[in-house]
Design a protein around this ligand. Structure first.
Ligand SMILES: O=C[C@H](O)COP(=O)(O)O
Length: 329
């Protein structure tokens, strides 16, 4: 591979973007939002075949993808020990001998993402690494606990040391077209987060139509979301390319209108290195290189890193190892 490219990739400086302050709810803008489902599906279907990254650059792009992963464990049987092992993986996501061969060092994942109760072990295990802890709050994954408890959960998570909060929206507000309620809810979540960045999980697999996805994206951004995220990983349909196109274009429209860049996080079911490359090329084409940085793009994924490491091993040694040789935690 081109080692200079890989080095630049791994050492990209963290750029900080002015934070989206949000704006008043603009119902005319919301009403005008359209989503041409067949055109979106056609474009999405053309992406995987058309966009293959040339062999020499693949390793560099895969290293880039690692820096954009919210390395996630969201299981009922999570333990402090599992979270500590995951954090060790976030600090050193690829075996040292492979990184040496690729001429890269100092690479980490974008964040570690856990349930509230796992924040403390994660914060402790990541101390000094600069890797933020993201917590899923607000009654994840359904978001149907009492509203005041959802706000309190955010505050507790921030107090426990989470620097990023992934909230879930109330799907019913979208399904009943109650845009004011969705806006108010998102705004309250953003206030409760304080300085912590907030990612709004739309649970797109439960929103019915792509138009609803576009409208919900827009409203969450108007209410001050720093990121919009597709899914909890627990819906029957999680991140897809058509949904991603809709959300990315909503982000582009919001930037064109307000000058604020909002981040994007596809999450759930992204487990193959080649899929991560399709997402990166989609972002590059639709939003440009600026969005390919950890402050504006993340993969929410529990097993993607293992497949990327396997592909990198193949790049270096010419042979594939078994998946079990790349455990996450
Ligand atoms: O937000 C992250 C998702 O819960 C991870 O989903 P996954 O386990 O399908 O990769």
């Amino acid at each position: 591979m081109d080692s200079q490219t890989a080095e630049r990739t791994a050492q990209s400086p963290q750029v900080t973007e002015p934070r989206n302050p949000g704006m008043a709810l603009d119902l005319d803008w919301v009403a005008g939002v359209q989503a041409n489902t067949s055109a979106i599906e056609r474009r999405a279907a053309s992406l995987p075949g058309r966009r293959s990254v040339k062999k020499d650059y693949q390793a560099a792009w895969l290293l880039k993808a690692i820096t954009l992963i919210d390395l996630t464990t969201l299981s009922g049987d999570d333990t402090a020990g599992r979270v500590r092992r995951l954090c060790a993986k976030a600090r050193q996501p690829v075996r040292a001998d492979l990184l040496d061969a690729l001429g890269v060092d100092g690479i980490t994942t974008g964040a570690v993402c856990v349930y509230h109760d796992m924040i403390a072990p994660a914060v402790q295990a990541l101390q000094g690494s600069g890797i933020p802890v993201a917590a899923v709050s607000t009654g994840f994954p359904a978001g149907l606990s009492p509203f005041h408890l959802r706000l309190a959960e955010i505050e507790e998570s921030v107090k426990a040391g989470a620097q990023e909060i992934d909230i879930v929206i109330s799907r019913r507000h979208v399904l009943t077209q109650n845009w004011q309620a969705l806006y108010d809810e998102m705004k309250a979540f953003r206030v409760a987060c304080g300085e912590a960045h907030v990612k709004a999980i739309l649970a797109t697999g439960e929103l019915g139509t792509l138009r609803n996805v576009a409208r919900a994206s827009l409203i969450c951004m108007m209410a001050g979301a720093d990121f919009i995220k597709t899914s909890t990983g627990k819906e029957s349909t999680n991140a897809t390319l058509p949904v991603s196109l809709v959300m990315i274009r909503a982000i582009r429209d919001y930037y064109d209108r307000t000058g604020y860049r909002i981040g994007y996080k596809p999450a759930g079911g992204i487990s193959k290195a080649k899929d991560s490359l399709v997402y990166l090329s989609l972002i590059k084409e639709e939003l440009g290189n600026r969005w390919l940085m950890p402050d504006l793009f993340r993969f929410g994924a529990s097993s993607l890193l293992g497949d990327i490491e396997r592909q990198l091993e193949h790049h270096v040694t010419g042979s594939y190892s078994a998946g079990y040789r790349h455990p996450m935690a």
